[in-house]
Design a protein around this ligand. Structure first.
Ligand SMILES: [Zn+2]
Length: 416
């Protein structure tokens, strides 16, 4: 028996006028997912507990069976764990996004934030920019004074760690929830350390705005990555063992550090896939191959996380979001289920969105999301497609952390 988790990050949504009042899940052509849904069970679940910020950090902790109300200290410590960064007592880690700020003469606080990802900058360009920033003499001195160092990543998602940092009452706002807005009210606030971070963000803009890499990006019609944005603060976190909780060993396949970190901290394996980007153009086939390989090698559990629907929504790319959902169907679910059948495995598959990402706001939402549970040995005959509306007709669970993995692993759960 094999158990497969597929997370389509942020694919759930509300009805969208441009799609004739349908949601992207309703609009997208997903024949393979719908065939599983028709024979399985579609319900809805809340993965982001009330009172915590809705996002992949809280939602994916829940999905893997960790109650974020007990273990969530912030997003970046989970990502730091993925990179093997050890946080000492008193250390605080932050996400240090490359972002795009409006250029021109407006004072720093009056600029708008145009992209939370520096126009999806990645690879050596992103590494070089953040390294050059931290080597700039004036910035270097200010960062050193703040006790702040950076761990560059080959994407827009760098990690910064600050020693002896005070984050009590600090307010750091996720940039992807405020695209197009003036940054003044969004900049770090709440305590003296916030002023330090705010000053570093302003200095970073001065260093980065006319950096040769950004001038080259502008010349190519791309957005410059002319700012950094500190958020997702948190101290070291410990998670309980997945194997102890569910008696299963397995692997997690994702492009994003957050999922790798949650996996590592839970004692699950991480399989890195060449060409997995977290964007619409990613190595879907490689991810499916990695899952099948792990299952054939004796693992009972494999998780595939696809970030693209969320990223497309943040980028205001509705067509991309629909395409991401259709590719999740044709390039993940179709080959995955074919390969499982060919290998002769009985399996259960749980497919869900971690949280909603709303086309209307380009931000996250903590509403219930639809899940699809399919068991290859069973035909429930329910006949519903996989949509938000079908989810409302099925079983509802208010606490994803308590049920998601139990549903997958056939443990007793009311309503199924
Ligand atoms: Zn997101």
């Amino acid at each position: 028996m094999k158990y497969i988790l597929v997370i389509g990050d942020g694919m759930a949504d509300n009805p969208v006028p441009e799609l004739g009042g349908r949601t992207p899940l309703e609009y997208a052509r997903v024949p393979y997912i719908d065939a599983l849904a028709a024979k399985g069970t579609v319900g809805s679940v809340v993965n982001c507990p009330k009172g915590l910020p809705p996002g992949s950090d809280t939602a994916i902790l829940s999905i893997f069976g960790n109650d974020p109300r007990d273990c969530y200290t912030g997003r970046s410590p989970l990502e730091a764990a993925a990179s093997g960064i050890q946080l000492a007592p008193g250390d605080v880690s932050y996400r240090c996004n490359m972002v795009t700020l409006e250029d021109g003469d407006a004072p720093f606080a009056e600029k708008k934030i145009l992209s939370h990802s520096g126009g999806s900058i990645d690879g050596m360009e992103s590494i070089k920019l953040v390294e050059d920033l931290f080597k700039d003499p004036a910035f270097h001195a200010a960062a050193e004074k703040a006790g702040l160092r950076v761990y560059p990543a080959a994407s827009f998602r760098h990690i910064a760690v600050q020693s002896a940092a005070d984050i009590r009452q600090i307010v750091l706002i996720p940039p992807h929830d405020h695209l197009g807005e003036v940054i003044g009210p969004l900049l770090p606030s709440g305590n003296a350390n916030a002023e330090v971070l705010r000053d570093l963000m302003e200095r970073a803009y001065t260093v980065l705005n006319h950096h040769p890499i950004n001038e080259a990006r502008r010349a190519e019609g791309k957005l410059p990555a002319n700012g950094v944005w500190f958020w997702a603060e948190g101290s070291a976190v410990a998670l309980s063992s997945f194997e102890d909780k569910f008696g299963k060993r397995g692997t997690v396949i994702s492009a994003v550090p957050l999922c790798h970190g949650i996996a590592r901290l839970s004692g699950l394996e991480v399989t890195e896939v060449e060409g997995a980007t977290g964007e619409l153009e990613t190595n879907y086939e490689g991810k499916v191959d990695a899952a099948i390989c792990a299952l054939k090698a004796g693992r009972a559990f494999a998780a595939i996380h696809i970030e693209a629907p969320d990223e497309c929504t943040h980028n205001g790319d509705l067509k991309g979001k629909v395409q991401a959902i259709e590719w999740l169907d044709s390039r993940v679910v179709a080959p995955l289920t074919d390969a499982l059948a060919e290998a002769g495995f009985d399996y259960r598959l749980l497919l869900l969105s971690d949280h909603k990402t709303l086309t209307a706001t380009r931000g996250h939402d903590g509403d219930p999301v639809p899940f699809l549970l399919y068991d290859s040995r069973v035909d429930t005959g329910r006949g519903l497609p996989y949509t938000e509306a079908s989810g409302k007709k099925g079983p509802f669970y208010a606490d994803g952390a308590a049920v998601d993995m139990k549903l997958l692993f056939e443990e007793a759960v009311d309503g199924i």
